[in-house]
Design a protein around this ligand. Structure first.
Ligand SMILES: [Zn+2]
Length: 292
C-alpha cells in the first residue's frame, strides 16, 4: 500500500512537472513550427484554416474557447490578424501570453505614414513574411523564448528541437533556391501582396497585383491596366491563393500569355501542403514547372 501511494505521488509530481504548454496559433504554419520546437511538451491548436483568407476571419465563440484554456497565443502580427484582439478579449483569459512573432523580422512595404483609407489591410507594412523561409529562424527564436518562459525546465529541449528543424530547413532552402535559380528576374503578377517576401527571397519581380489595394476586390479598369501591362512586359504567371475569386485573373490570362497558378500561402491550402516544408515544396515545384 505504501509503495502504491509512493508511486501515485511520483506519478503526480512527474505529470505536474511535465504538464504540456498549451499553445494556440493564428495560422497552421505557426502551429507546425510550435509543434516542431515543442515536441511532446506542447499541445498545439490553431485558428485559421489554410484555405481561408487570414485577413478576414469570422470571430466565433469556439475560437474564444480555444484561447480560454491556452497559455500562449502566437500571431504573425503587423495587423494580419485584425480579428485577434476580439478573440483575446472574448477568451477572458488573463494569463494568456499573446506573442507577436513579427518583432525581429525585416519588414517590407512599411508605409511612411499609416494609410487607413480605402480598407488597405497592410497599413503597418506587409505581414506575409512567413513565405520567406529564412524568416522561420526569426519566428523560432521568438517561440523558444515564449515557450521557455512558460516551461523554464524545457528550454534546452526546445532549443535542440529548433536547431534540428532549422538545420533541415536550411537544406531545403538551398534546394529551393537551386530549383528557382533559372527564373531570377522573371516577372509575375500576384492577386494579393502575399508574395513580396517570397519574391524578394527568390529574385522574382512582381509587376503588379490584381487587387488595386491590399484587401480591395479587383475593378474592371485596374484589370484592363494589368492586361496592357502583361502584353507589354512579358509577364509569365499570375499567382492566386485558392480562396480568391478567379474571374479577374482568368480574364487577364485569356487576353495575354500569362498563366494562372493557384498557390496556397498556408499549410492545408491544398492537400499536398501537409506541413510548412511540403507547402514550400509544392509552391516551388508548381511555380518552376509553370515558368519553364
Ligand atoms: Zn495581406
Amino acid at each position: 500500500m505504501t509503495r502504491f501511494l509512493f508511486f501515485i505521488l511520483i506519478a503526480s509530481v512527474l505529470s505536474t512537472a511535465h504538464a504540456a504548454v498549451r499553445v494556440v496559433t493564428s495560422l497552421p504554419d505557426l502551429a507546425d513550427f510550435a509543434q516542431q520546437i515543442g515536441g511532446d511538451r506542447v499541445k498545439v491548436d490553431f485558428i485559421v484554416k489554410g484555405n481561408q483568407n487570414p485577413h478576414f476571419v469570422e470571430v466565433k465563440p469556439s475560437y474564444m474557447m480555444k484561447l480560454k484554456s491556452a497559455d500562449i497565443f502566437f500571431v504573425i502580427g503587423m495587423e494580419l490578424e485584425l480579428w485577434a484582439p476580439q478573440l483575446v478579449d472574448g477568451s477572458r483569459n488573463p494569463n494568456l501570453d499573446v506573442v507577436d512573432l513579427s518583432k525581429g523580422v525585416q519588414r517590407m512595404e512599411v508605409p511612411a505614414a499609416v494609410n487607413a483609407s480605402l480598407g488597405d489591410v497592410h497599413r503597418f507594412g506587409n505581414p506575409h513574411y512567413w513565405l520567406d523561409p529564412r524568416n522561420v529562424r526569426v519566428i523560432a527564436g521568438e517561440m523558444i523564448e515564449a515557450l521557455a518562459k512558460a516551461s523554464p525546465g524545457d528550454e534546452a529541449f526546445f532549443r535542440s528541437n529548433a536547431d534540428a528543424y532549422l538545420k533541415k530547413l536550411d537544406g531545403k532552402i538551398a534546394e529551393w533556391q537551386a530549383q528557382m535559380k533559372p527564373f531570377t528576374g522573371t516577372k509575375i503578377l500576384t492577386f494579393h501582396k502575399s508574395w513580396s517576401y517570397f519574391a524578394n527571397w527568390l529574385g522574382l519581380v512582381i509587376a503588379g497585383q490584381v487587387e488595386p489595394l491590399p484587401g480591395i476586390a479587383p475593378t474592371p479598369s485596374h484589370t484592363s491596366d494589368l492586361i496592357r501591362l502583361c502584353r507589354q512586359g512579358n509577364i509569365k504567371a499570375i499567382i492566386v491563393e485558392p480562396f480568391y475569386d478567379m474571374s479577374a485573373p482568368e480574364q487577364i490570362a485569356r487576353s495575354t500569355s500569362a498563366k494562372v497558378l493557384q498557390l496556397p500561402t498556408s499549410v492545408g491550402g491544398v492537400d499536398e501542403a501537409k506541413d510548412y516544408l511540403s507547402l514550400m515544396d509544392y509552391n516551388i515545384s508548381t511555380l518552376a514547372a509553370a515558368l519553364k
